[in-house]
Design a protein around this ligand. Structure first.
Ligand SMILES: [Cu+2]
Length: 367
């Protein structure tokens, strides 16, 4: 069965490999050689580019690379249109109990483009789990995918057997299709986090198995900003309507999303003049995104969830968000207008090479 599936995948992928030879095709390369022209667009544009973004991963020395599409087995049209919605919980004594289910859906990243996504609870990103530091948290996880998976609580200090690393099997065995696993831990430390698959990560995370996790400090009511928005970044590769995982080894992806949507489908952040705004950037994909805000600078108030002491808070207007990183930035909206917030790898502001698109949205400061 497994062999047969691989054979089918190779057959389905062949047109993509052939299409890569066409000058009009989206950036795709059958070779893994990072020195090839066209393999370096954007991802390695800055000296700080990660090894992954620069195509410098170990073992990338060559050989024919055949791209494997995301299986549509079991996928149904998504019933929700917005990801990262707050996930309700029930209480078992003092424990906050959440339900999370991995399932494949067809997800619209904009009005014209649908992807095959592996999701938590049917949305990209998965829902936002928001708790307070010190809370006892239980997540009852069910796998409705056709492949094994697991959930990792990226950045949380959980016990090792709750860390979700199932490939390799450091923490647990993979949760098989139809199986369940219950994660339970004390939420710590406070900050901006995410959760994501830790099985077949090169495929599963890219195509939607990630979601938001915010742990508020105990004094949050006293320090919280007026506007608080989480922006999770990732990439897609969609060729002739078929979804492929956006891997660095395949060259640049051709779609880029904030909270599962490309421009112009990313909702505007509306702010009133004088309000304090926090933006929480989360790098869920495999590419670097220097996010740039027009019309205002911002202070970096937390890095990977950890608060930055006031005296050390850099003021910037562009922040490189690498895979796995989180940056919380804050600014007071003193400059009325419609301001662009976008990735400055400008290819990432395209939809399938057409500008404007991708990682571009509006922050609207009302007078
Ligand atoms: Cu980018």
């Amino acid at each position: 069965m497994k062999l047969r599936r691989q054979a089918v995948a190779v057959l389905v992928a062949l047109p993509v490999v052939l299409a890569a030879c066409s000058p009009t095709s989206a950036p795709a390369s059958p070779s893994m050689d990072p020195s090839m022209p066209g393999m370096d667009m954007g991802g390695s544009s800055s000296p700080s580019a990660s090894p992954a973004a620069a195509g410098g991963m170990p073992g990338m020395g060559g050989g024919l690379m055949v791209d494997k599409p995301v299986s549509t087995d079991g996928a149904v049209p998504a019933t929700a249109t917005t990801g990262l919605q707050p996930l309700p919980f029930t209480l078992d004594g003092q424990t906050k109990v959440f339900q999370l289910t991995a399932k494949p859906v067809f997800w619209k990243i904009n009005g014209d483009t649908q992807v095959t996504a592996l999701t938590y609870n049917g949305t990209v990103p998965g829902p936002l789990i928001r708790v307070t530091e010190g809370d006892r948290v239980r997540i009852v996880f069910t796998n409705e995918l056709t492949t094994p998976t697991s959930v990792h609580w990226h950045g949380q200090f959980v016990p090792s057997n709750m860390d979700g690393v199932a490939q390799p099997e450091l923490s647990q065995k993979p949760v098989m299709p139809g199986g369940t696993f219950t994660y339970e831990f004390e939420a710590k430390p406070a900050g901006t986090f995410m959760y994501h698959s830790h099985v077949d990560t090169d495929t599963q995370i890219n195509v939607g198995l990630f979601g938001g996790l915010i742990v508020d400090p105990k004094n949050w009511a006293q320090v919280k900003p007026d506007v608080d928005e989480t922006l999770i970044l990732n990439e897609w590769r969609v060729i002739d309507g078929v979804t492929y995982p956006a891997m660095p080894s395949m060259g640049e992806p051709n779609f880029f999303t904030i909270n599962g949507k490309t421009y112009p489908d990313i909702p505007t952040i509306n702010v009133k003049k004088g309000q304090r705004v926090r933006l929480r950037f989360v790098g869920a994909g495999q590419f670097e995104h220097p996010m740039h805000l027009h019309g205002s600078g911002f202070k970096i108030v937390a890095t990977d969830g950890f608060p930055v002491p006031a005296a050390a808070q850099l003021t910037k207007d562009t922040i490189p968000v690498h895979p796995g990183e989180r940056f919380d930035v804050e600014f007071v909206a003193n400059n009325p207008g419609r301001w662009a917030l976008h990735c400055h790898v400008v290819h990432h502001t395209t939809n399938n090479d057409v500008e404007p698109g991708g990682l571009l949205m509006v922050v609207n400061v009302e007078p």
